[in-house]
Structure formats: structure tokens, C-alpha cells
Ligand binder design. Structure first.
Ligand code: CUA
Length: 328
């Protein structure tokens, strides 16, 4: 049969389709009602039956009805749509984290365990997967029609997407924002695998070290360790346990230590000074690429996420909750 829309291969897909079908049904019903009434009125009030026009006065009950009924229907659209929007915008905790860097004209994918791929994204079935995305040039947009998800990928700012694939298979990955000459060629595949096979795939690439370990090496190479020490003696804050928590700043405000905060702290350290420290950190603007920046973000995260699969070698001791087995 001729397919009207792509198959739904994610949890969110069925919800989006249900809402879309509802919108379609309501629109069709309203359109049909209007057409039928037009035909009916043409005959009912034709000139031979009604030679003289009649003035009709207002009707309060009628006006209240036609205000309240559409209002109710639109509120259903709004509440249903807002619920899906919020669900799509809120990645579940313990999602698998994958990093995406877009550039003219390719998708660079980085897994936490170290695997890199270009224009192909391997993910396990039946798991929540969270993407942190950024562009190193112009605006792109990450779109997987079969998952019913899409988000702009912007230069200078992280955006996130998440999905929960429900069917194994290979699906389209499109760039859906015009980004230059080869925009139409900026396509790829999302390969949804059985979780066991995915685990084998993850470990199949040989020893490459986790992404956080890459970040740790860069952290040392850039000399960050001379100030960000793992005790309280450093000239910069100790970064252990910082990620994911509110940070008190020197102006008395607090900031949430998320991916955007870490990126900002590296690129533009003077913008948010942690309380108790001097604004002495140099900017890394133009020194680290977006890929490297993500590895630094992954490293800072790894100092606070004990449930990470692979511990970063030589990393300082983390609080005692470490080693909690990951709930599958
Ligand atoms: Cu990238 Cu269009």
C-alpha cells in the first residue's frame, strides 16, 4: 500500500501520530460541516423561497456556544500538544549519552565509550538515548522522520534531543535546515540494533578509550590541571562532583552546572565567576574545536556521574555512591 507517512519506530512516534490524526480528524469534520451547511443554505434560502432579505438579531446562547465549543477543542489541542512537547524536551535520567557535531556537510557522532562515526548513528533498541548537539559552522537540523523527532543544531549552543527506538532497522537521518550547497547530501542513517548486538558493536572497535578519557588527556594537555586540582588548594574550583548541581557565583547568583555552563566556562570564563575565585582563567576561544569541547564536557561530567559504564583511568576518587550498577 502507498504509505501516507513513514513508519513509527519510536515511543514518541505513536504519540505524535495520535495527535496528528486527531488534528486531521477535527479539521476534516469542521471542513465537511462547513461545506454541508453551505450546500444546505443555498437551497434553504434560495431566491425563489426568500425574495426579501430578513434582518436577524443576535443570540446570546448561540454566541456563547460558538465561543465555548471551539475554545474547548483548541484547549484539547493545546494540552495534548504541550504534553508531547514537554515529554520530547525532557530526556529521561540515565539516558545513553551521545554527542553530535554537525558541519557542512556531515554528521559527526561520538559515543561515550569512544566510538566515532560519520553520517551513521548506531543505537540500541528499547533504551532512552539522549543527543547533545552543536554545529561548528552554520545552522543545521537533525531530523529522523521515523522517530518523529527534529531539532535545530546551532553554532555556539548545545541543543538536545532524545528518543526511545522500538523497532530494529535502519532509518533516515536528514538535515532539515538549508545549510549550503550540499545540504541535500547531508543525510545519514540511524541503525537501531538489538541491545546485545549493540553492546558487541560498541566493544568491537578495539581499545580506543572512552570519550571522557579523551577529554581528560586534553584537560591535561591544555594545562587545566594546574589550577583545577582535586583538592581545595587550586586557583580554580575542584571540578569533582560539580556537574549537574547548582554553582554559587561571585555575584551571589547561582547557575546550573550543565553542558552549556561548562562550555561557557571554558570559552568565556569571565562571564560566570565561581564564588571565592579570581577571574584569572584565560579563554579557550579558538583553541578548542567543538569536538574537543564536547570531550571536555564529557570529562567534567564523568567526574560527577558514578553510573558511567567505564571508569576514566587515573581519575580521582568519586563520592561513595560510585559503582552503583546501571539499571537496564
Ligand atoms: Cu546541514 Cu542542511
Amino acid at each position: 500500500m502507498f504509505p501516507l507517512w513513514p513508519i513509527s519506530a519510536s515511543q514518541m512516534g505513536d504519540q505524535v501520530d495520535a495527535l496528528y490524526l486527531f488534528l486531521l480528524a477535527v479539521s476534516t469534520a469542521v471542513t465537511l460541516a462547513i461545506f454541508c451547511l453551505i450546500i444546505f443554505f443555498i437551497f434553504r434560502y434560495r431566491h425563489s423561497r426568500h425574495p426579501v432579505a430578513e434582518q436577524v438579531g443576535g443570540s446570546i446562547p448561540l454566541e456563547i456556544t460558538w465561543i465555548l465549543v471551539p475554545f474547548g477543542i483548541f484547549m484539547i489541542f493545546f494540552i495534548w500538544g504541550a504534553n508531547i512537547y514537554i515529554a520530547e524536551a525532557t530526556p529521561p535520567k540515565n539516558s545513553i549519552q551521545i554527542y553530535v557535531v554537525a558541519k557542512q556537510w556531515m554528521w559527526k557522532i561520538q559515543h561515550e565509550q569512544g566510538q566515532r562515526e560519520i553520517n551513521v548513528l548506531h543505537v540500541p533498541m528499547d533504551r532512552d538515548v539522549r543527543l547533545t548537539m552543536i554545529s561548528q559552522d552554520v545552522i543545521h537540523s537533525f531530523w529522523v522522520p521515523e522517530f518523529r523527532i527534529k531539532a535545530d543544531v546551532l553554532p555556539g549552543r548545545y541543543t538536545t534531543l532524545w528518543f526511545h527506538a522500538t523497532k530494529p532497522g535502519t532509518y533516515h537521518l536528514f538535515c532539515s535546515e538549508y545549510c549550503g550547497t550540499h545540504h541535500s547530501g547531508m543525510i545519514g542513517q540511524v541503525v537501531v540494533m538489538d541491545p546485545v548486538k549493540f553492546q558487541a558493536w560498541l566493544t568491537g572497535g578495539g581499545e580506543m578509550g572512552s570519550f571522557a578519557a579523551t577529554g581528560q588527556k586534553l584537560f591535561q594537555a591544555l594545562g587545566c590541571t594546574s589550577c583545577h586540582r582535586f583538592d581545595t588548594q587550586g586557583r580554580g574550583p575542584n571540578l569533582v562532583g560539580v556537574y549537574g548541581k547548582p554553582v554559587l557565583l561571585s555575584d551571589g547568583s547561582t547557575a546550573m552546572a550543565d553542558e552549556a555552563y561548562v562550555r561557557q566556562a571554558i570559552l568565556n570564563p569571565g562571564a560566570q565567576i565561581v564564588a571565592g575565585f579570581q577571574p584569572i582563567m584565560p579563554s579557550s576561544q579558538g583553541i578548542v574545536t567543538e569536538d574537543q569541547m564536547l570531550s571536555l564536557v564529557a570529562y567534567v561530567k564523568s567526574l560527577s556521574t558514578p553510573e558511567q559504564d567505564e571508569p576514566v583511568s587515573n581519575r580521582p576518587p568519586v563520592p561513595k555512591s560510585a559503582g552503583t550498577p546501571e539499571v537496564q
